[in-house]
Design a protein around this ligand. Sequence first.
Ligand SMILES: NC(=O)c1ccc[n+]([C@@H]2O[C@H](COP(=O)([O-])OP(=O)(O)OC[C@H]3O[C@@H](n4cnc5c(N)ncnc54)[C@H](O)[C@@H]3O)[C@@H](O)[C@H]2O)c1
Length: 320
Amino acid sequence: MIILLTGTAGFIGFHAARRLLSEGHRVIGIDSLNDYYDVSLKYARLAELKSHENFEFYKVEISDHKALDVAAKDKGVTHILHLAAQAGVRYSLDNPRAYIQANVMGHLNILEFARHSGTVEHVAYASSSSVYGDREDGPFTETDKVRSPASLYAATKLGGEMLAESYQRLYGIPQTGLRFFTVYGPWGRPDMAYFIFTDKIMKGDPITLFAPDEMRRDFTYIDDIVDVLPKILSRPPSSGHEIYNLGNSKPNTLMQLVDAVEAACGRTGEKIILGKQNGDVSNTFADVSAAERDFGFAPKTDLHEGVKRFVEWYMQSSVS
Ligand SMILES: NC(=O)c1ccc[n+]([C@@H]2O[C@H](COP(=O)([O-])OP(=O)(O)OC[C@H]3O[C@@H](n4cnc5c(N)ncnc54)[C@H](O)[C@@H]3O)[C@@H](O)[C@H]2O)c1
């Protein structure tokens, strides 16, 4: 495959690029390298990839369709793994326009590129568990009604699924939507709870927990996701457009996450307990039977093991 991989300098994009390159595919990576979190981590991820002969990188803002076309055209792109997005729920409360720019306009430009390329056989794109809204029940299945996004981030991810569906129907571009559930691991995102807790506990700072016994997340280890991505990308859905949950299917409370971080750090942290934050959902819980049936998706890393591996990386990383 010749893969246009957006968000290559990001957490999931970096791991996906490494895996695809190791399997012998060609990766054309693009990323805006924005400063939503420490850019040095994005450069450090790119530095790991740049030595690979089948990798090339372009700094591109995907909402700029001309820059995107200049970087990606005439490269014979056969597959697109579209992961670039403005992520995070809380940031969307203060920076709403960043989400529309990246997740709606940017996604449209990727679809337009695919439409006019003449070479793209399949577009797989990142969606999110957040499209399920604020629900106490579970597991969530792909056929559940999703009409109640609890944040602007969730609304733009749901919008991305709708854009994909319309482009499949209009132009016959095969597409697969990937609803990721709280993905974590080495080289992870400094804005996510497991990274913040580790950082503060190791520095002796207090950690702030929002409704820690009520909040449950289906924490999913990065390798379990990356194991299945090449298989998904290489098989366009016969129906034209499919959406899959990619989660661990074993939710843990936020307090259990803290326990795992403290065990891996060998220290306990001072805790400040506050109520639930605006835009946060209480619970995520994936039914992954569709991905298991179609791709043999079988997450195998439990929270303690995954957090241990993250903390080992954090300890030796110069980025943290
Ligand atoms: N990590 C998770 O738990 C999780 C959960 C659900 C969904 N997702 C989705 O998975 C995808 C990857 O997430 P991640 O955790 O790797 O996040 P990330 O922030 O680490 O990676 C996203 C990358 O996209 C780049 N980017 C952002 N806007 C851009 C733009 N307009 N043009 C070009 N590049 C741009 C950023 O610079 C960043 O490197 C995102 O679409 C995200 O919404 C992630």
